[in-house]
Design a protein around this ligand. Structure first.
Ligand code: SF4
Length: 340
């Protein structure tokens, strides 16, 4: 059964025509799926009954519902979603409330090929990329669906290793026929897969977050194999070709490991690397994982690092950790990790 979720109005029009329905049914389908958020063809009452039945022979709306939910004492909710209808191949989505905001952290792949050493997902290996329908189900299937204000592609997987489906998802989020969100409400986090990063920067106006973690190539390579194919210096050279002085923002994620990347030498190298770029650095407290050589930087080391960056002209913030008690914080999810 093919899923309608994730299709554009013009694709829905083609589907309608092929089922013998009038072309304008494409827009009606889009309104029902994205506007009214119905989950079955039977609910689309302005389509003829016979037309709905013909569509139902080959198509379904395709919203996957979560298999489970855990709620943190700080209000963060973690959901488990099946991939392609398969509950043994599940991913997680995390909803983070913050004042008036409700941000959804979404997964784009089951597992990941990138093999970052500090990441639980990287250790699991790769089990497949999500379709746009499965990525969008994370928005449509949760209890807070109608209240969401923002999203970050920081869940399981490297979103730029699944660019076509991620792009399709972003189109639904930002198109007038979809959620109609401003691109400012969407942030994609990547370790820097250069060819698709260029596409993202050319084709979308959403924010960018880059997982940096170490300004020295050899040290970064020891944590992140991607450094070999796409060195961080080349990633930053590419980013410098785009304008981040207006609405679109770029930030760098920097997880702090005691003694490995939290010294003044690292702060100074980071300042040199990012010199002149309009950006901010998010310093992230590392949550220990088994069989990993580095521990968590102390609060004092993180503050000293932040202050050194700030004195050098780069805004740096220490990010609050959320959802630790339900293993929803950065680096603690077995089914989900992020790029941080
Ligand atoms: Fe993949 Fe991101 Fe984990 Fe690296 S940090 S292994 S890119 S999910």
């Amino acid at each position: 059964m093919e899923k309608l979720l994730g299709k554009t109005p013009s694709e829905l029009k083609e589907i309608a025509l092929s089922a013998g329905l009038p072309g304008f049914t494409g827009n009606q389908l889009a309104q029902w799926i994205y506007g009214k958020r119905v989950r079955t063809l039977a609910e689309m009452t302005n389509l003829s009954k016979a037309g709905r039945e013909r569509l139902a022979e080959s198509y379904e709306v395709g919203v996957a519902l979560p298999l489970g939910k855990a709620v943190s004492s700080d209000g963060t909710s973690k959901y488990l979603f099946p991939v392609d209808g398969n509950p043994t191949n599940a991913v997680e989505a995390v909803m983070i409330p913050d004042g008036d905001r409700k941000t959804l952290c979404v997964s784009s792949q089951a597992g990941c090929k990138m093999g970052c050493k500090f990441c639980m997902t990287g250790r699991q290996g790769f089990h497949g990329s999500l379709s746009a329908a499965d990525i969008l189900s994370q928005f449509f299937g949760i209890d807070e669906s109608a209240e969401l204000t923002n999203t970050v592609f920081m869940g399981m997987g490297e979103p730029l290793d699944n660019w076509e489906e991620v792009k399709r998802t972003i189109e639904v989020l930002t198109a007038p026929w979809g959620f109609g969100w401003s691109p400012k409400r969407v942030t994609l986090s990547t370790i820097g897969v250069i060819p698709n990063l260029k596409r993202y920067l050319d084709e979308c106006r959403c924010h960018l977050a880059v997982s940096l973690h170490n300004p020295f190539p050899e040290e970064r390579l020891s944590l992140m194999p991607v450094e070999k194919a796409y060195p961080i210096e080349s990633v930053i050279d590419l980013i410098r070709q785009y304008d981040f002085t207006g609405q679109r923002r770029v930030s760098f994620e920097y997880t702090m490991f005691a003694g490995f990347n939290d010294t003044p030498r690292h702060a100074d190298a980071l300042l040199r690397l990012l010199q002149g770029l309009e950006c901010r650095v998010n310093l992230i407290r590392f949550h220990r994982i088994p069989d990993f050589p580095y521990g968590t930087s102390s609060q004092a080391a993180m503050e000293a690092f932040r202050d050194r960056l700030s004195r050098g002209g780069i805004t740096a913030t220490i990010r609050a950790s959320r959802g630790e008690d339900i293993l929803a914080a950065c680096g603690l999810l077995a089914g989900l990790h992020n790029h941080e």
